[in-house]
Design a protein around this ligand. Structure first.
Ligand SMILES: [Fe+2]
Length: 434
């Protein structure tokens, strides 16, 4: 592969990459078109998945109205849990099974879209819950075939769940985040309407913006696909296939758009900022859906899963929670400091796209250049100062490391091998940045 020296062929490494594209409809007012699209998929009886908060907002009302106009019978399931669990996945699948729907529409954030994918899967191909769940926690059985049509309408941005074949949940008895992954889980159409972002509080915009940046930057600096062993069965190439020429294009542009828009989008948002955030989220989704994230996301599962009493303004205050974008970005500067050595050019290119104006950079400084730019934008948008900012101390390092270690799919996608001690050291460096 000569598209970039980064994709130099290796002995036993893959020489082919997949381009998995999802159909997207994008623009102000786009959600009004969900009825006509559902009709085009042949839906006559659709399930609308949402959560109890989004159920009260305009996008759900618009979607219901649009379906009605097309004569489509719609049943609303508003019981989706934010940060879903195996319990809530199972309940949502039960609703799907009993309703005998011929199509699914999700209106909400990543939790809603992920839950809808799982409900569609278990209703279409009933199985023991553990069967489709990622190994080593589950049996990782392949999804048997195509699911019923699913139109995903995100009311937030960042998760890019509308672009990916991933459904993430908390496995309650194991206190671990895991998921179900298959290209067949992807929605058939994503409808992205920037109007939906106008009700998001400032810190939600900041956290989700950093999630977008992280998807893009981790995918861009991931292990090249040519260094991942070639799959024995070419139809089973993993979604986390590593950095590749296709995802690169989407990622570098997403990083640039977030760099240009995030501070204003948090502090004084205009229509063009909402549009940029949503578009960047889509680009990063295409990027990480085809390449895969690495260490900051691997670490984030422990940071979110072991939360003590942190509550973030803008989210529900009835329980402690580290929102996903925050749980990710608090790790990133420490990670880039380490990974910079593996692919310095890529870290420098990412830092420049993100707005770093330093011209002469020593290769040894590549990782910290990117890390410093991330820290500057964290400060400018009110993100907590590292792990201590969300309630962790030195005494938690061991448990955090234990919590992140099982995230093998993500850890293996880093541009260099990372063992347990290094992982612990990353958590230590992520304790505070300023
Ligand atoms: Fe993420």
């Amino acid at each position: 592969m000569r598209l970039s020296p980064y994709f130099k062929l290796t002995e036993g490494g893959d020489s082919v990459f997949n381009v998995e594209a999802v159909k997207i409809k994008f623009g102000f007012g786009a959600i009004r078109e969900v009825g006509a699209e559902a009709r085009a998929f042949g839906m006559k009886r659709a399930a609308i998945y949402t959560d109890k908060n989004v159920a009260e907002l305009e996008p759900v009302a618009i979607a219901v109205d649009a379906l009605k106009k097309e004569g489509i019978d719609a049943a609303i399931y508003a019981e989706v849990e934010v940060e879903p669990t195996d319990r809530s996945f199972k309940a949502s699948a039960e609703f799907a099974r009993e309703g005998k729907f011929d199509g699914f529409i999700s209106v909400g954030g990543g939790s809603v879209m992920d839950t809808c994918k799982a409900a569609n899967l278990y209703a279409t191909y009933p199985a023991e819950f553990i069967d489709y769940v990622n190994a080593p926690i589950g049996k990782a059985k392949p999804v048997p075939g195509p699911l019923k049509p699913h139109i995903a309408c995100p009311t937030t941005f960042g998760t890019a769940s509308e672009c990916t074949g991933i459904a993430i949940f908390d496995f309650l008895e194991m206190k671990a985040k895991t998921g179900i992954v298959s290209p067949l889980l992807r929605a058939d159409l994503g409808i992205l309407d920037p109007n939906s972002l106008k009700t998001l509080p400032p810190l939600v915009r900041a956290a989700n913006g950093f999630d977008v940046f992280s998807h893009a930057c981790e995918s861009f600096t991931a292990r090249p696909f040519t260094q991942r062993p070639a799959p024995p069965d070419p139809t089973q190439r993993p979604l986390s296939q590593g950095a590749n020429p296709y995802s690169d294009i989407a990622c570098i542009e997403a990083i640039r758009m977030i760099g240009n828009n995030l501070v204003q989008a948090v502090n004084d948002p205009q229509d063009h900022n909402y549009e940029a955030l949503m578009f960047a989220g889509m680009l990063a989704g295409i990027g990480f859906g085809n390449a895969g994230c690495h260490l900051p996301h691997a670490m984030s599962y422990a940071v979110a899963g072991q939360v003590k009493d942190y509550r973030a303004p803008g989210w529900e205050q009835d329980h402690a929670m580290v929102p996903h974008g925050i749980a990710v970005i608090v790790n990133s500067p420490a990670v880039f400091e380490l990974t910079g050595a593996a692919c310095p050019d890529r870290h420098i290119a990412a830092a420049r796209s993100f707005g770093s104006e330093i011209s002469d950079v020593d290769e040894n400084e590549a990782g910290s250049l990117l890390g410093r730019r991330v820290i500057d934008l964290m400060k400018a948008t009110g993100i907590p100062n590292g792990l201590t900012g969300v309630g962790y101390t030195e005494e938690d390092l061991e448990n955090l490391t234990d919590g992140a270690s099982p995230q093998k799919r993500l850890i293996d996608n880093a541009p260099l091998p990372v063992g347990r001690e290094q992982l612990k050291d990353l958590f230590k460096k992520a304790l505070a940045y300023w």
